[in-house]
Ligand binder design. Structure first.
Ligand SMILES: [Zn+2]
Length: 589
């Protein structure tokens, strides 16, 4: 049930790890010297661009293997000091690439006939989008000196703050009394109790969780203020209107698309409020759902799975979509690419890390056998499958933007959920439908609250560092706006900003709307799949393959979808609204 990392390295003290780590310096130096000698003059642009591409590919491979091994080790052993040391050392070395990279960007900025050059070389043609993106980025580029300085300062700034908060949150022990016994449990274990059948345990877990955050609230607030403050400074320096504009730029998404989506989402919030109120009523609450019952399991039948059962079920249903998807998953299972059970020192939640350098992926979960844990596995495997479709592209064509990142994952989740719905009795259908609406609620309504929170956080952080109380207040206010009368306003979650690690990544601001985009884009694609069947399957793989070298509007166009039109998002939301109506109908029986 633990993942295998030996395909990367057998250990920090292995010869391979030490050799690769040791040869980094030479590789970086060679690249830096080349850049210094060649990128100051404009001659021979074709040859220089080709050399740069080759350097980038090989350096990226060396770095990503070492970084992935350190990062993945740290994800399951928060206190592993060696992994932390290497993460730190690698971050410092990575910083040394800033200068030559900036030199290259400045070089590209001054290349006048870039289009013609691209057409004259196979290697450049292959990296057409990548090179044009660099040219676009140069409008926000600072001087070489400034870029190097910022990059170095981030190691002692935002990254250090993020490390601190990660360490505190992943080692936080929650005091809780269960069955008359006082226990200290890791945070992810306690958060998983939100899915418990026993209402008393859900409530107790919620209260214990909130209580435990007091131990790290001040340090988390300081981290958050440090990180968001830095983001505002650098974003402004680069000439972005706001961190949101910078995020959209980095996401290859335009404001028109975001607005189209938010418009549609706001229109459908009342449908979700109806769902939450119905759930509250079923659980015997009068004033809307208390926060601790958001994830309460519903219905008589509660499917549970062992890890083996979950994987069998996923593979069987993935096969109805395509053998390629099912075989990928079987292989991941057979080769131990997954780390399953929660344990102390292991990170909470779930994630997938695509290891392009070795053409594999690794998945972390905190699996406790629930239906929703099973769908989470399907979700993460979808991320892995996305990476799998990109493994034959060069690494420069394999990076996709955040909003597209959730497409394949949610698509895979939908396959499994719909399969479960089909074979379900009325009682089971109620439970599965409910769980699926609940997940959608997280992605539409909770995400809306996070978007509102982060917008407000950035606004206030411009003038001052926010106090713990202020952060709690704006979180409560955001939840009230998004969840409306669906939730009991006296039992919300003022500490979600301590819990969600996304807020603590300086490079990933507003890592909320991409989830909503992913869900709604996926739902739209899934509807398309139901319409066109077989033909869709290969188009879908092509679409995933294109995500590393297109902006979002163009990726969607491949499937004749206009993401600047709110109507596209409304159609996806109508599918969820239908589920809500069906749930209310079943629940009223
Ligand atoms: Zn995901």
């Amino acid at each position: 049930m633990k993942w295998s990392l030996k395909e990367l390295y057998t250990g920090f003290d292995s010869k391979e790890f030490l050799d690769d780590f040791g040869s980094l310096d030479t590789a970086i130096e060679a690249y830096s010297n080349w850049a210094d000698e060649n990128l100051r003059s404009k001659d021979n642009p074709l040859e220089k661009i080709e050399t740069f591409i080759n350097y980038s590919i090989s350096l990226s491979k060396s770095f990503s293997k070492l970084m992935s091994f350190s990062h993945l080790t740290n994800a399951v052993e928060a206190k592993n000091e060696t992994s932390l040391q290497y993460l730190d050392k690698l971050a410092v070395k990575y910083t040394q690439l800033t200068k030559p990279n900036v030199q290259f960007k400045n070089f590209i900025k001054n290349v006048e006939n870039l289009d013609d050059l691209i057409q004259s070389s196979e290697l450049l043609k292959e990296h057409d989008f990548f090179l044009k993106e660099i040219k676009k980025e140069t409008q926000y580029l600072l001087s070489e000196k400034e870029e190097v300085l910022i990059s170095k300062m981030q190691n002692t700034g935002s990254r250090a703050w993020a490390n601190l908060q990660n360490m505190l949150a992943s080692t936080l022990l929650v005091d809780i009394n269960i069955d008359g016994e006082d226990k200290q449990l890791p945070l992810p274990v306690v958060r998983n109790l939100a899915h418990d059948k026993d209402p008393a345990i859900r409530k107790k877990a919620y209260e214990a969780e909130l209580e435990s955050y007091k131990k790290i609230e001040e340090s988390s607030a300081a981290s958050l203020n440090g990180i968001k403050g830095e983001v505002i400074t650098t974003s402004e320096l680069r000439g972005f209107e706001s961190p949101l504009e910078e995020t959209l730029f980095n996401s290859r998404m335009d404001k028109e698309t975001l607005d189209a989506m938010l418009t549609a989402m706001r229109e459908f919030l009342p449908a979700f409020h109806k769902y939450y109120r119905k759930k509250a009523e079923l659980l015997g609450h009068e004033n809307g759902l208390p926060f601790y019952d958001i994830f309460a399991p519903m219905g008589e039948v509660n499917r549970s799975f062992t890890y083996e059962e979950a994987m069998d079920y996923i593979i069987e249903n993935f096969r109805t979509f395509s053998d390629k998807l099912a075989d990928y998953t079987q292989n991941a299972y057979d080769k131990n690419w997954l780390d399953i059970e929660p344990r102390e020192g292991k990170r909470g939640g779930a994630f997938c890390s695509n290891l392009h350098a070795i053409g594999e992926s690794r998945i972390l979960s905190n699996f406790n056998g629930s239906f929703s844990n099973m769908t989470t596995l399907a979700h993460e495997l979808g991320h892995g499958y996305h990476g799998f479709n990109l493994k034959d592209e060069t690494v420069l064509n394999a990076g996709y933007p955040m909003p597209i990142a959730e497409t394949a994952s949610i698509f895979c989740e939908t396959i499994v959920v719909n399969a479960a719905l089909k074979e379900a009795s009325d009682e089971e259908a109620l439970s599965i439908l409910e769980s699926s609406i609940s997940d959608a609620g997280q992605v539409i309504v909770d995400i809306m609250s996070r978007y509102i929170f982060e917008t407000e956080l950035f606004e206030r952080r411009k003038t001052h560092a926010l106090s713990v109380n202020e952060l709690k207040e704006i979180m409560l206010d955001a939840q009230k706006q998004a969840f409306g009368n669906g939730l009991d306003h006296n039992v919300l979650h003022p500490y979600m900003w301590v819990n969600k690690t996304h807020y603590y990544s300086a490079g990933r601001n507003f890592y909320n709307f991409p989830y909503a985009f992913g869900l709604l884009f996926s739902k739209g694609l899934y509807a398309e799949y139901l319409n066109s069947g077989e033909e869709f399957v290969s188009n879908y793989d092509d679409l995933l393959n294109a995500t590393g070298k297109n902006n979002i509007v163009d990726v969607a166009k491949r499937m004749d979808i206009d993401v600047r039109d709110p109507e596209f998002f409304r159609n996806s939301l109508r599918l969820i609204e239908k589920d809500i109506e069906k749930f209310i109908e079943l629940a009223s029986k």
